[in-house]
Design a protein. Structure first.
Length: 141
């Protein structure tokens, strides 16, 4: 249909002529309400966004002198987070003179990670940061 005729038909019905597929040969246009079209597009985008799986980052902080019972509790928390499908960031904080024992902190962090029984994958290896070390693990799915 010629463009002038399509525009005249759209005006008759008090609607808009919207180009749907400009790269097609010939270009495809529809006669519709443009405001309603935009509203439907935004509604589809919101639904698609709502259906996306949201992965949260959960954090667990350890100290160099954290006791075994506390480590067991934090390990169970990490396992719970992994079962829920969340990423887990594990930090070991070093304070004062503890910063001189970085090798001990790294081994404590490695031992804690190896004690986790839920299957996981290390997303980011153990990294040094000014307050200590951290590592990010994700569940295997």
């Amino acid at each position: 249909m010629p463009i002038q005729e399509a525009l005249a038909t759209a005006r008759e019905h008090m609607l808009d002529l919207v180009e749907v597929s400009p790269k097609a040969i010939p270009p495809v246009c529809r006669i519709m309400g443009y405001g309603k079209y935009l509203y439907q597009q935004s509604k589809q985008m919101r639904l698609a966004k709502a259906k996306q799986k949201k992965i949260e980052m959960k954090g667990i902080r350890l100290g160099l002198r954290t006791d075994t019972h506390d480590l067991d509790f934090k390990r169970s928390q990490a396992e719970k987070f992994l079962k829920q499908g969340d990423k887990v960031k594990i930090d070991i904080m070093l304070r004062g003179r503890e910063k001189a024992h970085q090798d001990l902190a790294r081994t404590n962090l490695q031992n804690f990670i190896s004690s986790i029984s839920v299957p996981y994958k290390i997303e980011e290896p153990i990294k040094r940061f000014p307050g200590g070390f951290n590592v990010i693990i994700v569940p295997i799915s």
